[in-house]
Design a protein around this ligand. Sequence first.
Ligand SMILES: O=C(O)CCC(=O)C(=O)O
Length: 266
Amino acid sequence: MNHSDTQTGGVSLHAAEQHLADDGFALLVGMCETGLLTRLLEVSTERSRTVTQALGTQTIGIGSAAGFHEIVQRSPGRWDIPVSPTEFGVEHQSLPWWPLIANTLGTDAEHAFSGVVYSDPGSPAQFWHIDSPHMTADHQPPHALNVMVALHDITLAMGPTEIASGSHRLTNHLRNPALVSNELVYQHETTRPELLVADTSGDVPERMSFPLTAGSCLVFDDRILHRGLGNGSTSRRNVAYFSYRRADYCENTHFESQRSIYSASG
Ligand SMILES: O=C(O)CCC(=O)C(=O)O
């Protein structure tokens, strides 16, 4: 089914698809109706409470390999807690952004990950990173997309996700020998937008971040350079995420943890 006439959060689906292809991201304002938003926030809040209570005083390093199935610390004070669509009480193909996903990745696109990522007040900005590497030297359409849903109004002080606009075309380590795949995917202090055009005449991709109203979504290509900004406010910043992949793409760099907080060995 082609959804080209659909409206996606007040933006035509066609315009959102075009932004995604050209800039590597699309901002969809007012995407979730109140019922969906309330459900996502309530389930996220309850799950984070249960998981952090079960974690207790166990320390947890940075990155998914150092984390648990139920919780990963993505950077200091930034916590990723997986929640499946079923646990959220939603059917992923019924979510309001699905037409954009289906038109970009195919109607057989698969749900890859979902959950909530929250940052504590005072937590610092992440290092720039991508979520998965390019697969071929020539530029291909995205193999995976992320939808970040603001679960409440998010001011710039609370640290929304920052994007290097258009960088999905520049993060190709198979084309640019100066780039190291692992230093793009795993947060590395030297990775920043300038690196992508070093020793070339190309412009540095513009850094962009937006205050988000509750229920607005930032959709981005998995290969774009991005980072969570620091939370300089006194409130916790909560974002639900839903990630999708093409049916023929099955790499995993997102959740590499091997242990559960509920197992006796930790
Ligand atoms: O917290 C955010 O805004 C982004 C998080 C992120 O990109 C990550 O942890 O990989």
